[in-house]
Design a protein. Structure first.
Length: 183
């Protein structure tokens, strides 16, 4: 049989092997059981984060849609205002252009009427000048040539006396007999 030393060694070996096997089994079980817990916690945390990210994405999409709608309504409003302002501006420009065209026509008509009146006045002036020249020629032909002043008349003029004084005609009648010269 076994001696005491051999028995102690065998029991020691069995105990060491049991401890080693127990420790390995414990380590395997801890790894398996903790892995399941850790993976579940990680998966749950990941799911929660995914849900939060999805909610944030939906909120961002809603905010983007709201901003796009607001922008579209602003653009439509600005386009309407721009179209209204353009139509008012076009109307004002058309009205102003029509007014200026009317004023130009009136000014041209006034200028044409003035030019026509000026032409007729020039024609009439020329007729009158021709008529005056004819009358002056007739008058020059009808009147005798004036006599040369005598020495006595010249002296009286130099002294400042009227040379016709002392003649038979009064001074007013003598002035009427002298022809008037037209310039």
């Amino acid at each position: 049989m076994l001696t005491g030393t051999q028995l102690a060694t065998a029991i020691s070996a069995v105990l060491v092997a049991a401890v080693a096997i127990g420790w390995v089994l414990h380590w395997i079980w801890t790894r398996l059981s903790n892995a399941a817990i850790t993976d579940t916690a990680r998966i749950t945390e990941m799911i929660n984060r995914l849900h939060e990210a999805d909610r944030a994405r939906e909120a961002a999409e809603d905010a983007r849609e709201l901003a796009e709608n607001l922008l579209a309504s602003r653009e439509a409003e600005m386009a309407n205002r721009m179209a209204a302002m353009q139509s008012r501006l076009d109307g004002a420009l058309d009205g102003r252009e029509a007014e200026l065209t009317r004023q130009l026509r009136e000014a041209q008509a006034d200028a044409e009427a003035s030019m026509s009146g000026l032409r007729s006045a020039r024609g009439r002036v020329m007729e009158l000048e021709v008529e005056i020249d004819a009358l002056q020629r007739q008058l020059a032909e009808a009147l005798p040539e004036p006599e040369a002043p005598t020495e006595v008349e010249m002296r009286k003029e130099d002294e400042g006396q009227d040379p016709d004084q002392g003649q038979d005609q009064p001074p007013a009648a003598a002035a009427e007999d002298q022809p008037q010269k037209a310039s």
